[in-house]
Design a binder for this molecule. Structure first.
Ligand SMILES: Cc1cc2nc3c(=O)[nH]c(=O)nc-3n(C[C@H](O)[C@H](O)[C@H](O)COP(=O)(O)OP(=O)(O)OC[C@H]3O[C@@H](n4cnc5c(N)ncnc54)[C@H](O)[C@@H]3O)c2cc1C
Length: 390
């Protein structure tokens, strides 16, 4: 892949950079609900200026630009250190899934409010007994009149507390082989049969939730990809999750690394010198720089594969696995440099400039979006072509 930007791609990047500089919304409020609404307002502002859904078709409210321009956007928005967009799951996963598998009516109905952040999306896949082995899920959907009634429990549902729509995977045919008995629903979260209970994480935040479904109702028109086809649709969602996020994440690692170097320069090491003078710290920093560059090149390799095949491939699994290892190693080094000061999360808990917060949040990186072990299996089987385990 040629990594130089064409004149029009460069013009797009320059225009976006200038816009982000002029419109940066400032620092995120600390309080949880306030910070989510801040992110929603920020996404609206981008949308109103024509910067949402860069590669989505114009007829659904997107910009109709290329995947390269989408990748440039994903990089620049992180580089500018703006807050994360509120509808991250709708943008990265829900929208692309509806574009790939939805009917024309569904695309027109659901895509524009994802972009404007008027309707937030969440992902109801994992259950207490089904995470890695997702196809074993038990949430049941049974036919009733002109729709479906759904009963079961989901867990780790990020942003369920803010969401209007849930990408819900449920079993519609318990007699079919397990991958074939699933369907993919868009479930309205604003109904009596849906209860959301927050789960607090090690960082003190409650990003995710338990989801209790007791006779929740979904009309027939809200199945995506047809009854019994839920597994294929869910795979599309997961592929997009890993591939799309990889682009912004490799930039966030490069930024974090610069900050880590500054942290090492400012922090005391041994013999009255800065930590950055310590040969072991320097070796770890150098190794992280090499890994960050590999991450960047692999993100472009994944983009190139998507441009050729039309859909993200399993390379996204490699990128996500590698990113989680690099981010964990990076935050561990930051903690080693901080020494006892790392214990000072109290009172300064949530916030991007806090290494302790980042270290604790990074523990989830090798679990969320597929655990490292599962991603290694995918890479072994689908990238390297090794024999299947089962
Ligand atoms: C921050 C965060 C946000 C999340 N958000 C969402 C969300 O919005 N929606 C959603 O649906 N889910 C969400 N998840 C759930 C996430 O997808 C699951 O946690 C993940 O898929 C693992 O499932 P599990 O927790 O049930 O672990 P398990 O599947 O029980 O795995 C336990 C351990 O066994 C290992 N293991 C399991 N099977 C194998 C195997 N075949 N080979 C080798 N090792 C194996 C795993 O790697 C892991 O180490 C989130 C998780 C986190 C941490």
């Amino acid at each position: 892949m040629d990594l130089t930007l064409s004149p029009s791609e460069q013009a797009f990047r320059d225009e976006l950079r200038a816009w982000l500089e002029a419109n940066h919304p400032g620092a995120l409020p600390r309080e949880e609900q306030g910070s989510f609404e801040f992110r929603r307002a920020w996404q609206r502002r981008l949308h109103d200026a024509g910067w949402a859904g860069i590669s989505w078709p114009e007829r659904y409210g997107g910009r109709g630009a290329s995947l390269i321009e989408q990748a440039i956007f994903n990089e620049e928005i992180v580089r500018a250190r703006t807050p994360q967009l509120a509808n991250v799951l709708g943008l990265a996963m829900g929208g692309p899934t509806v574009i790939a598998h939805g009917t024309e009516e569904q695309r027109q109905r659901y895509l524009p409010p994802i972009l404007s952040a008027d309707e937030i999306w969440c992902q109801g896949f994992s259950e207490p007994e089904s995470g890695s082995d997702l196809a074993s899920l038990k949430t049941r959907a049974t036919r009733s009149g002109d729709g479906w009634v759904i009963t079961g429990q989901k867990v780790w549902t990020t942003y369920a507390q803010h969401a209007k729509w849930c990408m819900l995977l449920a079993r519609t045919n318990p007699d079919a082989p397990r991958h074939q008995g699933l369907s993919y629903f868009l479930m309205d979260m604003e109904q009596e049969g849906v209860q959301v209970r927050p789960l607090r994480q090690i960082t003190g935040e409650a990003e995710f939730n338990e989801l209790f479904l007791e006779q929740a109702r979904v009309p027939e028109s809200n199945i995506i990809g047809g009854e019994g086809n839920g597994w294929a649709v869910a795979i599309t969602t997961l592929m997009h999750e890993r591939a799309t996020l990889a682009f912004g994440l490799q930039v966030s690692v490069q930024i974090a690394l610069q900050e880590l170097v500054e942290h090492a320069e400012r922090s005391p090491g041994s013999n009255g010198r800065a930590a950055a003078a310590d040969p072991l710290v320097r070796q770890r920093l150098a190794q992280l720089m090499i890994e960050a560059e590999v991450l960047r090149l692999n993100a472009y390799r994944g983009l190139s594969a998507t441009m050729q095949g039309g859909v993200p491939g399993p390379e996204g699994s490699l990128a996500k696995w590698h990113w989680s290892e690099v981010n964990q190693a990076l935050t561990e080094l930051a903690m080693d440099i901080s020494g006892v000061r790392a214990l000072a999360i109290e009172g300064d808990g949530v916030g991007d400039n806090n290494w302790t917060y980042r270290f604790l949040r990074a523990r989830a990186n090798s679990i969320e979006g597929g655990t490292t072990e599962i991603l290694k299996n995918i890479v072994a089987e689908r990238v390297l072509g090794l024999p299947r385990m089962r």
